[in-house]
Write a protein that binds this ligand. Structure first.
Ligand code: SF4
Length: 173
């Protein structure tokens, strides 16, 4: 088993909007899981894989996942109890992939990043600055660069923007 010792820390996105009530979990992993990343990438069929950092990011079932050498992160968790379940399920799934690595072909390739203009078109486009950036176009650029997350745009979390948010998640954002 690769991931045995770990500590889970829950947090909330850095925003004051009432819609920002979802949790994210950061799991500090004692073992170095760098070698696991290409095997996970093979199973999920190309996430956002930056091999020089390294970090592997993908979206599944409404959650965004990120793997780094000593960290597993899961976002959009619906409360602590369900979040804990999701984290444990994810760790179990990652350990299973590691145990089956001899049957898998590691994949070091990456899915192409979405275009900033395509991301911008799905944002509320009000330039309200709640995300801390002067415009939605600026936010789109930071999203694609991985410096901001969808939760940082409070208006995007409103129900009327569910469809746009779903499409952005499918882009791997
Ligand atoms: S919070 Fe959202 S809507 Fe407001 S400026 Fe930032 S990206 Fe645009």
């Amino acid at each position: 088993m690769l991931i045995e010792d770990y500590d889970i820390e829950f947090g909330t996105p850095d925003c004051q909007h009432p819609s920002c009530d979802e949790l994210f979990a950061k799991v500090a992993v004692k073992a170095d899981i760098t070698e696991l990343l290409p095997y996970v990438n093979a199973v999920i069929r190309k996430g956002e894989f930056t091999t020089d950092v390294p970090v592997l990011v993908w979206v599944h079932g409404g959650h965004k996942y990120a793997l780094r050498p000593h960290e597993v992160a899961v976002s959009s968790l619906d409360g602590r109890e369900k979040g804990l379940e999701e984290v444990r399920r994810t760790i179990e799934w990652l350990n299973d992939i590691w145990d089956r690595r001899d049957e898998l072909t590691p994949d070091h390739s990456a899915r192409e990043k979405p275009r900033i203009l395509d991301v911008y078109k799905l944002l509320p486009r009000t330039n309200c600055k709640e995300c801390g950036l002067p415009s939605c176009m600026g936010f789109a650029g930071e999203l694609v660069a991985g410096n901001k997350s969808l939760e940082d745009c409070a208006p995007l979390l409103e129900e009327m923007n569910d469809e746009a948010r779903r499409k952005l998640l499918e882009m791997g954002l």
